[in-house]
Design a protein around this ligand. Structure first.
Ligand code: PBG
Ligand code: ZN
Length: 325
C-alpha cells in the first residue's frame, strides 16, 4: 500500500513539533484581574474562585510585588466599595477604591499597564450597570456617569479604560470626554461583544454586583446571536475604540474568530470567572491536569484570533511559561 502524504512526519519528535507549531502564548498576552476593597489587612479568598482574593490596598501592595516578579505586564482593576447608592457615585469618586489603587500602582510600578474596568454595577444599590428608572436601565443619562468614571480613572493613572456596561454610544461619549480633558492618549478597550452570560456568576459574588431585580438581558447580548456582534464591533470601531473584546471566551471562540477575521483592531478575550471556577474545581478534585487544560484552553483562544487574554490564571500561566522555557 502506498501512502505518499504522511502528516505524522510533522509530529514525529518534540523538536519537529516545536519547529512547525503555529500558535504561541506569551506572558505579554496576559491581563490579570484584581479585586480591591476598602479597609486594611484584608486578603480574603473568593469562595467560588480558589486562589483569587479580595485585597485592601496594603495587602495589594504586597501582592503587587508578586505580580511584578511574575512577568505579567497588565492588570485590570475591579473595585468593591463600602458604599453603594442609586447613581453609583463610587465609580467616579476621585477617592474611590479603584482610583486609589491606580495611583498606588502607578507610583510603585509605572511601567505596569493599568486597565480600569468602567461600569456602575459594583457601585449601584440595585446592581445594574446603568441608572434605573421605573425598572428600566436608562441609556443616555448613564453615558455621562460612565464618562465621568473613565475620566476619573484616567486622571488616577489608568493607561486603558475598559467600559463593560454595554450602553449604546458609550465609546464615542467616552472618547470625546477623554479628549476634551487632554487624555487623548488614554486607550479605550471596549467590551464590544459581551454576552448576557451565566459564566459571570462567581464574579458577581466576588464583586457583590448581582442585579437586585431582573437581569442584564436588556443591555448585554443574547447568546443566540452572531450578527449583532458585528454591529456592536463596527459601532465601537467607528466611535473610537482602540481594542475590541469578546466575552466570555471558551464558549465563544467562534465569535473570537469572526471578530478577528472582520476587524483589524487588536482583539482581547476575557476568560471569565465561571471558566476559571470550572477548571479550578475540576483540578482541585484531581479530575483534570490543571496546567495542561489551562494552557490548551488559552492557546485555543490565541488560535481563534485573540491577541490578548484576561484570565484569573495569569500569574500561574506566567510561571508555567517560565518552567517550560
Ligand atoms: C461588570 C463586569 C462583569 C464582569 C466584568 N465586568 C460582570 C457582569 O457584567 O455582570 C464579568 C467578569 C467575570 O465573570 O470574570 N459589568
Ligand atoms: Zn456592570
Amino acid at each position: 500500500m502506498e501512502i505518499l502524504r504522511r502528516p505524522r512526519r510533522l509530529r514525529a519528535t518534540k523538536a519537529i513539533r516545536d519547529l512547525v507549531h503555529e500558535t504561541d502564548l506569551h506572558v505579554s498576552d496576559l491581563i490579570y484581574p484584581v479585586f480591591v476593597v476598602e479597609g486594611e489587612h484584608i486578603k480574603e479568598e473568593i469562595p467560588s474562585m480558589p486562589g483569587i482574593f479580595h485585597y485592601s490596598l496594603d495587602t495589594f501592595q504586597e501582592h503587587l510585588k508578586e505580580i511584578a516578579v511574575s512577568g505579567v505586564k497588565s492588570v485590570i482593576f475591579f473595585g468593591v466599595p463600602d458604599h453603594k447608592d442609586e447613581v453609583g457615585s463610587g465609580a467616579y469618586d476621585d477617592e474611590g477604591i479603584v482610583q486609589r489603587a491606580l495611583r498606588l500602582t502607578k507610583s510603585l510600578y509605572p511601567e505596569l499597564i493599568c486597565i480600569a474596568d468602567i461600569c456602575l454595577c459594583e457601585y449601584t444599590s440595585h446592581g445594574h450597570c446603568g441608572l434605573v428608572k421605573d425598572g428600566c436601565v436608562l441609556n443616555d443619562p448613564t453615558l455621562e456617569l460612565l464618562s465621568k468614571a473613565a475620566l476619573s480613572c484616567a486622571r488616577a493613572g489608568a493607561d486603558i479604560v475598559a467600559p463593560s456596561d454595554m450602553m449604546d454610544g458609550r465609546i464615542g461619549h467616552m472618547r470625546r470626554t477623554l479628549d476634551g480633558a487632554g487624555f487623548e492618549n488614554t486607550l479605550i478597550m471596549a467590551y464590544s461583544i459581551k454576552y448576557a452570560s451565566a459564566f459571570y456568576g462567581p464574579f458577581r459574588e466576588a464583586a457583590d454586583s448581582a442585579p437586585a431585580f431582573g437581569d442584564r438581558r436588556s443591555y448585554q447580548m443574547d447568546w443566540r446571536n452572531k450578527k449583532e456582534a458585528i454591529v456592536e464591533a463596527a459601532l465601537d470601531v467607528e466611535e473610537g475604540a482602540d481594542i475590541l473584546m469578546v466575552k466570555p471566551a471558551l464558549a465563544y471562540l467562534d465569535m473570537v474568530k469572526t471578530i478577528s477575521d472582520r476587524f483589524d483592531l487588536p482583539l482581547c478575550t476575557y476568560s471569565v470567572s465561571g471558566e476559571y471556577s470550572m477548571m479550578k474545581a475540576a483540578a482541585l478534585n484531581g479530575w483534570i491536569n490543571e496546567k495542561s487544560v489551562v494552557m490548551e484552553s488559552m492557546t485555543a483562544m490565541k488560535r481563534a484570533g485573540a491577541k490578548m487574554i484576561i484570565t484569573y490564571y495569569a500569574l500561574d500561566i506566567a510561571r508555567w511559561l517560565i518552567e517550560e522555557a
